[in-house]
Design a protein. Structure first.
Length: 583
């Protein structure tokens, strides 16, 4: 038997995907009291868990929304870990009795299937999450207690090793699930009393973890699902692997893995917003990146002040403005992502100081239906729709930077672009779209959309605002948007006549105007939609100016390969020519 890793229990809460953060004692006690009354809160939803006729829990129940996520999370046993903390804090034997009875119920009624399973109890990810978090905590805290009788201990350890056999033989093929499952297998080998199989299991787990790192992480540190939420999961998993190696590995392994783990944290540092949170690209929630970096990569915890291009992720993070009131923008022109994808090609987000303005709308739900279609689809992002359809999403992943993520720097501005294509049934090239984003380094941003359509079609430009934003139309070609103490003026010029509509919190005839900062939570949020009819190529320009300064923009397309933008801010006028062949 290998020794228990000293740092292990300190890392469990961070490793557990969507598990509650380390709670105050009163919260642990309140949640455990609720559990004793069969009431649980999972992913922000509260319900009473039904019991079977014999008195045990109905472990397959899908929650009040008939959502498989409820059953999966309930079978991760987070409530047992919370109850264990409450018991240690209070010594209340009721909590211990509930833990033992619940654990006995699950172990006795859930033998390992010995095959791949996607059941609530034995989907491989749930087996991994139990081992990584609650079961390791329970083993550490119960193993020497008289109430954890030899019979209970034997059943528990036999089930733990059945978890190991399942994870070794019936794991996911790829993705963040496989990384989590192999980490759990390694941890089981190091923490639980061993069997003759654990040396082989450990070697297998470590080999797969290294293979998957190289298969699933780009050279710029971006995890290939291109979700900051799952980037966090993978970074924490590999950080934990590095901690394991520093306890038990050889110096060569440690030296090899340190830069790999550093690269994962470096990506999160690169994309974080001025308030330390993350862009919620693809399936993500709003999370505290700054706190993660301080805890796990303190040398990388400072917020960048410069614009950064991430060439493999295909993302540009623009930074400018006064350090006391920084400006941040995020332009996504890269791959679709290998899982948890959204139809967000060429999406643009914008933040002033600590206030979000243009936002990605989050994930809200994984349940199929109109809500999932909205949050994962193009209508929930700051993109274009052609006859109600989004552009093609591009490849899931890339092997080389082609075309390159070009960040063009000039004396007073910087720019990047991305291309997309619209298709319709029977027409693989209904229109071509190029989006050019220009950062004026403190004076605002320009988003220039060139659409080359080959037949008359309807074009919609979508701008999604944070729920706290107040959006007001001042005249035919200008908006004023306020979020607390920050103000943004939006001027626009379109190549054909456009009409503006504001939609907030609509469910019919289609879902539109919603934002989700956390899974299972949504709030009404204004969406500005500019609609126009296309009869040929068109340039549309949007000028986002901080501080409420009156601004206008015009486009001179006399030379279609070199459009000129005429900008006014207050009483100042300037021109900016964009050479499309030089991008």
């Amino acid at each position: 038997m290998r020794p228990v890793i000293p740092r292990l229990l300190l890392l469990l809460a961070a490793l557990t995907l969507a598990a509650p953060a380390a709670a105050q004692p009163s919260r642990d006690i309140a949640e455990t009291d609720a559990a004793l009354a069969d009431t649980f809160t999972l992913q922000g939803v509260t319900a009473t868990q039904p019991r079977r006729a014999d008195g045990g829990y109905d472990w397959d129940w899908r929650g009040p929304r008939d959502d498989p996520e409820w059953a999966w999370f309930f079978n991760r046993h987070y409530a047992l870990e919370t109850a264990c903390r409450a018991w240690r804090q209070t010594g209340d034997e009721r909590y211990l009795d509930w833990i033992l009875a619940t654990l006995d119920d699950w172990v006795v009624t859930h033998p390992a299937p010995g095959r791949m399973s996607f059941s609530a109890a034995w989907r491989p990810l749930e087996a991994a999450r139990r081992i990584l978090g609650p079961w390791t905590v329970l083993h550490e805290n119960l193993r020497d207690h008289a109430a954890f009788t030899p019979e209970r201990r034997e059943r528990f350890l036999a089930s733990a090793h059945a978890h190991g056999r399942q994870l070794r033989r019936h794991h996911a093929r790829s993705g963040n699930h496989l990384i989590t499952e192999m980490l759990a297998l390694a941890q089981l080998c190091l923490v639980f009393p061993g069997t003759k199989d654990t040396d082989e299991w450990l070697a297998y787990a470590l080999g797969r973890l290294e293979h998957e790192y190289h298969a699933q992480v780009y050279p710029d540190g971006a995890y290939k699902e291109l979700s900051t939420h799952y980037q966090r999961v993978v970074a924490l998993n590999y950080q934990h692997l590095l901690d394991l190696l520093e306890q038990h590995g050889n110096p060569e392994d440690i030296l090899r893995w340190r830069p790999y783990v550093k690269r994962l944290w470096a990506y999160l540092r690169a994309v974080q917003k001025p308030d330390g949170s993350n862009p919620v690209n693809n399936d993500s929630d709003r999370e505290n990146i700054a706190a993660l970096l301080r805890a796990h990569a303190p040398r990388q915890a400072s917020v960048p002040i410069e614009t950064i291009a991430l060439p493999h992720a295909g993302q540009i993070v623009f930074r400018s403005g006064d350090p006391a009131r920084p400006q941040w923008a995020f332009f996504d022109r890269g791959p679709h992502g290998t899982a948890h994808q959204h139809r967000d090609r060429l999406h643009f987000s914008l933040t002033l100081g600590l206030r979000d303005f243009l936002v990605d709308n989050g994930r809200y739900t994984y349940a199929p239906g109109p809500w999932r279609d909205y949050f994962a689809g193009p209508a929930g992002h700051n993109v274009l729709l052609l006859d109600g359809r989004g552009s093609e999403p591009g490849p899931d992943a890339i092997n080389a930077i082609d075309p390159p993520t070009r960040l063009v720097l000039r004396e007073h501005w910087e720019t990047a672009y991305g291309d997309a294509r619209f298709t319709t049934p029977g027409n693989p090239r209904a229109a071509d779209w190029r989006r050019i984003v220009i950062n004026l380094r403190g004076d605002g941003w320009i988003v220039l959309d060139r659409v080359i359509a080959f037949t008359p079609q309807n074009l919609e430009t979508l701008w999604h605002w944070h729920p706290a934003c107040e959006v007001r139309t001042t005249d035919a070609d200008r908006l004023v948007v306020r979020h607390a103490e920050e103000t943004l003026t939006v001027a626009f010029a379109t190549g054909s006549r456009a009409s503006l509509t504001q939609i907030r919190g609509a469910e019919h005839p289609a879902v539109q105007g919603w934002h989700s900062e956390r899974f299972n939570q949504r709030a009404p949020a204004t969406c500005t939609i500019a609609r126009q009819r296309l009869d040929g190529p068109v340039f549309n320009a949007w000028f986002f100016t901080p501080g409420g300064v009156a601004a206008t923009i015009r486009i001179d397309t006399t030379d279609a390969r070199r459009p000129t933008l005429i900008l006014t801010r207050g009483d100042q006028t300037s021109e900016l020519s964009i050479d499309l062949d030089d991008l």
